[in-house]
Write a protein that binds this ligand. Structure first.
Ligand code: 5AD
Ligand code: FES
Length: 349
């Protein structure tokens, strides 16, 4: 057996690869190896989740952001963005529509918008929980203090998404301005875990300056943090950012990494991301067939969707929530899976 196949087998039996082994695997995998890897990851996901795919309704409630990440279309220096904030009423409206479409998790995502105080966020969490007590709330609103994270959790937030973006300090510095640090990002993730959230970390595949070594550091950091969710998707350039002319990440590398993560953390919640669906027409289906088990369609009002452009050519920006739901139902049924009405919580093995 070739060394790459041996390494895939090691991953399959939950052995952690060393840094050198990971690098060898990432550099030497053939197309056939890649197919074997995806198949193993798919089987692992099916063993744990059968053919069920969980779904989360994404509500992009503000595109104001005080940060200036070089890759992101809603960075504060991008003066071409038309900024918006949804009112509490509009957010609850998204939930109402979403609930009737079968969503049992709402993801409140936004830029780091100073206009919302902790009290504002608390009020929104409590209203959603009051109206939809059987739903999970996921927050994705960036770096906050331990104290803020704690009060959101106590008010009923169940999960938190905060991608680490890269686990390498110098790479982190190439993607972010100086006022943002990897140390703080990691601290936030550890705080969130300790408080009791189901935590999601993750990174962009093929981000500018990313090396194979960086990716290995990401994988080893994720093994260490052992988050309940891992969001990865290809980097896609946005035309009004400093990275406008950089290359996008590839479908193939993203799929390989989804599969590796599935084998490393078998019961993790792994989304087939919108970015994956953007670089390839059936990218999300391919993600599921490589081991992903979550999709996160958009519930934001159609009027604001185009304004929440983190990258170019984002899919589904013209579709109503109901159309996306129906579209995904069909796409997922086509590949032999089923979109379920379920909170889709993380389950320890
Ligand atoms: N391409 C792909 N993903 C991006 N994100 C931000 N900008 C881009 C981009 N240009 C991702 C980041 C962030 C998440 C919400 O979206 O990883 O954490
Ligand atoms: Fe949005 Fe297909 S999922 S239109």
């Amino acid at each position: 057996m070739t060394v790459t196949r041996e390494l895939i087998n090691k991953l399959k039996v939950q052995e952690v690869l060393t840094k050198d082994e990971f690098i060898y695997l990432l550099e030497r995998m053939t197309k056939e190896d890649s197919e074997v890897l995806h198949e193993e990851a798919k089987k692992t996901a099916q063993r744990i989740f059968n053919n069920k795919i969980y779904t989360r309704g994404l509500i992009e409630f503000t595109n104001y952001c005080k940060n200036d990440c070089y890759y992101c279309g809603i960075r504060k220096s991008n003066l071409c963005v038309e900024r918006y904030r949804l009112t509490e009423e509009e957010i609850l409206d998204c939930c109402r529509v979403g609930y009737h479409l079968g969503f049992r998790t709402f993801v409140l995502q936004g830029g780091e918008d100073g206009r919302y105080s902790d009290e504002d966020i608390l009020r929104i969490i409590k209203s959603i929980k009051l109206l939809y007590p059987d739903c999970a709330i996921t927050l994705s609103i960036g770096e906050k203090s331990h104290e803020s994270y704690l009060c959101f959790y106590e008010a009923g937030a169940d999960r938190y998404l905060l991608r680490h973006e890269t686990a390498n300090v110098s790479h982190y510095g190439k993607l972010h301005p100086e006022n943002l640090s990897l140390a703080n990002r990691k601290q936030c993730l550890w705080d969130l875990k300790k408080i009791g959230y189901q935590v999601g970390a993750g990174f962009m595949v093929g981000s500018p300056y990313q090396t194979k070594e960086n990716i290995v550091e990401d994988l080893l950091f994720l093994k260490d943090l052992s988050p309940q969710m891992v969001g990865i998707g290809p980097f896609i350039p946005h035309h009004d950012t400093p990275f406008a002319t950089y290359q996008a990440g590839t479908l193939e590398q993203t799929l390989d990494l989804i599969s590796i993560l599935r084998l490393m953390i078998p019961n993790a919640l792994l989304p087939a991301t919108t970015a994956l669906g953007t670089i390839d027409k059936t990218g999300r289906e391919k993600g599921i067939l490589a081991g992903a088990n979550v999709v996160m369609p958009n519930l934001s009002p159609t009027g604001v969707r185009k304004k929440y452009a983190l990258y170019d050519n984002k899919i589904c920006t013209g579709d109503e929530a109901a159309e996306c739901r129906a579209c995904l139902d069909r796409r997922i049924a086509n590949i032999g899976y089923q979109l379920v009405v379920d909170r889709g919580d993380f389950k320890p093995i």
